[in-house]
Write a protein that binds this ligand. Structure first.
Ligand code: HEC
Length: 102
């Protein structure tokens, strides 16, 4: 009996860890790049931390391909000098945190 309880406690704590890391699962590299290059202008125009631009009702981006194109375009415009894999990190981050495409 005691060992059964111990095992349940172990399983429950594994589940807690799994849920924790699922919530934290945004692309950290993408976040860092995005926050350094992209927030200030968005925040100036849209307020807060700039995120309303991604969450507004009439937002421009509706799928992953469009998001990747937009990130590449903005990265070129701002001379961020990102490599393709860095653009991919930023697209991942924006999709995970804001767009949540179905
Ligand atoms: C100089 C200002 C400025 C900078 C810097 C900037 N943006 Fe933007 N961004 C805008 C504006 C303005 C819009 C809204 C365009 C519109 O509504 O037509 C926009 C829109 C977007 C959208 C689409 C939002 C939607 O409607 O779904 C994405 C994605 C985006 N920007 C990503 C980026 C990324 C990634 C960077 C950093 C490399 C960046 N932007 C840097 C001004 C900027």
């Amino acid at each position: 009996m005691a060992s059964h309880n111990l095992r349940s406690a172990f399983v429950v704590s594994l589940m807690v860890i799994a849920v924790d890391s699922a919530m934290a699962e945004v692309d950290a590299v993408g976040k860092r790049l995005h926050d350094a290059q992209c927030i200030s202008c968005h925040a100036q125009r849209f307020g807060g931390d700039g995120s309303p631009i991604y969450l507004r009702k009439d937002r421009l981006i509706h799928d992953d391909a469009a998001l990747r194109q937009r990130v590449a375009m903005c990265s070129a415009q701002t001379n961020a000098g990102w490599l393709p894999d860095e653009e991919q990190h930023v697209s991942n981050y924006l999709a995970q945190r804001y767009y949540k495409f179905k």
